[in-house]
Design a protein around this ligand. Sequence first.
Ligand code: BTN
Length: 260
Amino acid sequence: MAEEDTSPASITGKLDTRFIGQKIIYFPQLSSTMDVARSEARQGASEGTAIIAGEQTSGRGRVKRLWLSPPGNIALSLILYPDVSNLPYLIMIASLAVVRSIENVAGLKADIKWPNDILIDGKKVCGILIENEISGGRTARAIIGIGVNVNLGALKIQDSYIPVTSLEKEVQGTVAKTDLINNLLVEMERLYLELPDGESIYKEWRDKLVTLGKRVIVRTGTETLEGLAESVDSTGALMLKLDDGSSTRIVAGDVTLRER
Ligand code: BTN
């Protein structure tokens, strides 16, 4: 089947936002939308500019993982310039926007695995990568990278820790990428404009986390910990209760849920 047209005109033509996605730079094939977004931001791209690739040849994930990004995957990076105090909310906003748009467009219930993997029925359908640059105490740029598996074709393994799925596999039918991108941009803007009041965003994100109350293994850059995922604070950090009874606060890491 021919790949759906995800060119800028097919998305912006019906996009009801003030600034997010109003400028889209589209590449049929690209190394990584993160790199182009960073270089566009350095050249003064307007807030809300989106870089979209039909296919990425060197897509990257968190903790230096490779992100496979065939034509059936949505690969998008968004340029924002939030206040430094709002940076912790970007993870929450992006995760919630993806969850909402999956529900709105595909009619599927999605969950969030801390900090920002989107799962359907325990299987990863979307990954989010956020790269911030701060200079002189201010946000120079924040790049939000979102990869959604709409149709993975023959590809099965995208993430070595957990099983993966695609929207089309879950609905057993087609899902229009342009509709999903369009709705994702609308939801991103809606949530982003709620700032600086991040309290309701934090609460909605926390309530959608499948991680809390579960035994988990957390891999940070330096260590691997196991314990009970107790809570998250309003900066997005995870509180992990270790087996010796002590608690530790984890700012960044990768979680595997333990089934017991
Ligand atoms: C993860 O789950 O580890 C995060 C995956 C993020 C993938 C997206 S696809 C668009 C953007 N460009 C990239 O190279 N990575 C992000």
